[in-house]
Ligand binder design. Structure first.
Ligand code: AMP
Length: 266
């Protein structure tokens, strides 16, 4: 698989696997990633913004393949914790999973505690792609303080835009493979709507992709996350990219937009 930023040779895989080894991010503690990134020529530290369902996770996986930067999704930490037996979940994680199931935001304090446990991932020599964090102004301020203290300037904040009807359609039809974690849509041409065309695993619908939870998530996005667009615009870091079209098209648009801009740091 190529992870080059030479435009002519961008290689992209479907939004499944290919996300690198994220053991340190997903499990924290003493977990070590089996494969460490080869430091790229240009280290990128990106934040991906956008409403739920806009395709940030898919783009993060593709951008990882393009740039080598690690995909750091806070939602993935909670989903990984969900597969732990009840006895191994801390009370904070247990309560966070309750918020998540309803589609509500997990309290800032819990999310920030998880981030502080994973500081070495922010320091990773391959750079990072933050997906789903920050989601509130308080989280953005905490991140800004942290990155300043660590001398790790953000490269850009990419805001993916899509009309609301398309977002709801993407979320409601999204299916995830229980085995390889690949992400599909019910309208994808697959041999079966229930079986993963990559590995044969069973496809399921995330509980927060059900209609009631989608409504709560969109409200939380408008109330708490949308103000971040202005927050990062003021800091000259914002890059707006249309999330219309196929994942490879959106990736190409992102790569082109990043190439056009002079380097900026927080
Ligand atoms: P995501 O996969 O990013 O859509 O996250 C799934 C769910 O995890 C969200 O709906 C929240 O309940 C929770 N979550 C993930 N990241 C955060 C965050 N930065 N702040 C608060 N809640 C979060």
């Amino acid at each position: 698989m190529k992870t080059t930023n030479d435009r002519s040779s961008i290689t992209i895989l479907p939004a499944t696997g290919g996300d690198g080894d994220r053991a340190a991010w997903l499990n924290a503690g003493n977990s070590r990633c089996a494969t460490l990134p080869v430091p790229p020529k240009e280290v990128r530290r990106l934040v991906l913004l956008g409403a739920p369902g806009v395709g940030k996770g898919t783009q993060a996986a593709l951008l990882h393949q393009w740039s080598g930067a690690c995909h750091l999704s806070t939602g993935d930490i909670f989903r990984a914790a969900k597969s732990l037996p009840q006895s191994e979940r801390t009370p904070a994680i247990q309560s966070a999973l309750g918020y998540m199931a309803r589609g509500a935001l997990v309290p800032d304090q819990t999310v920030l505690a998880l981030l502080y446990e994973r500081l070495r991932c922010l320091r990773c020599t391959g750079g990072f792609l933050l997906d789903g964090f920050p989601r509130t102004v308080a989280q953005a301020e905490a991140l800004e303080r942290l990155l300043k203290a660590e001398d790790l300037p953000l490269t850009r904040v990419i805001d993916y835009e899509l009309p609301i009807e398309k977002i709801v359609e993407r979320l409601a039809g999204r299916r995830v493979c229980s085995s390889c974690k690949g992400v599909f849509h019910v309208t994808d041409k697959q041999s079966s709507p229930e079986i993963c065309s990559h590995c044969g695993g069973k496809l399921y619908q995330r509980e927060d992709d059900r209609p009631e939870a989608i409504r709560v998530r969109m409200e939380a996005y408008h109330r708490s996350t949308e103000p971040l667009i202005e927050y990062y615009r003021k800091r000259n870091l914002l890059l707006t990219v249309s999330a219309e079209g196929t994942p490879p098209e959106i990736l190409q648009r992102t790569v082109d937009a990043l190439a056009l801009l002079p380097h900026s740091s927080q």
